[in-house]
Ligand binder design. Sequence first.
Ligand SMILES: Nc1ncnc2c1ncn2[C@@H]1O[C@H](COP(=O)(O)OP(=O)(O)O)[C@@H](O)[C@H]1O
Ligand SMILES: [Mg+2]
Length: 248
Amino acid sequence: MIRFSKVTKAYPRRGKALDDISFQVEKGEFVFITGHSGSGKSTALRLLHFAERPTDGEVRVSGFSSTVTSDRELWKLRRRVGMVFQDFRLLPGRTARDNVEFALEVTGTRRGEIVSRSNRLLSQVGLAAKSGARVEELSGGEQQRVAIARALANEPQVLLADEPTGNLDERASRGIMDLFRELNASGMAILMATHDLELVRAHPAIRLLELSQGRLAFDSSLGVVTEAPPGPEAPDRTAAPVLPGGEV
Ligand SMILES: Nc1ncnc2c1ncn2[C@@H]1O[C@H](COP(=O)(O)OP(=O)(O)O)[C@@H](O)[C@H]1O
Ligand SMILES: [Mg+2]
């Protein structure tokens, strides 16, 4: 349902943020994308959301193709693919409910359904009791739950999360991970970028894609480095892959 085929993303004067990356994610999978700061995690997620297009190669998501789907069709893709961010990106000064209802309005939900659906979404993320609170009155973990409820408004098949626990303490992070695992158990694919290796280690069953300087360095589902086979000038990748935390 998600396929990166030889994807390169280059920025003018910045070189390649992603360099010839290929991988596939099946329906309902949960995947961590890890790697140091600047390794290309956010770029990969932006490409999956079609916020940007690859310089080379193709990204396919839920039947949409980066080389075929036009900008005018993006709203269709965005109904299938939700996204949340480290900094939540909620409407300031508005309540949790407003934030979710606004998303429902944008998707064309009928007026009569909006209130009941936003209630359901806020309950789903454990925020029913706080639905009338302005976002500034909520903790970081609660704000992220609002952002997740909003992303769920479209009933997406895929949830993209860019460092969703990056601004949260350990307890709130655990709560968000529990929520993601519930959503995943109900069939939603989740791709979550994180450089929090503690969190990655705490979930050994979740597939891990590790980026290193824009290259795919490790895919735990294959158990091997998936880079192109070492050419004459390539570094020796036959050694054991570098696991999160740097142990070899
Ligand atoms: N809009 C952009 N313009 C220019 N360079 C960018 C842009 N976005 C990302 N980059 C560069 O691409 C590389 C990967 O960035 P990013 O995907 O944000 O990494 P990560 O999320 O892993 O920290 C970095 O070198 C970054 O400076
Ligand atoms: Mg990033």
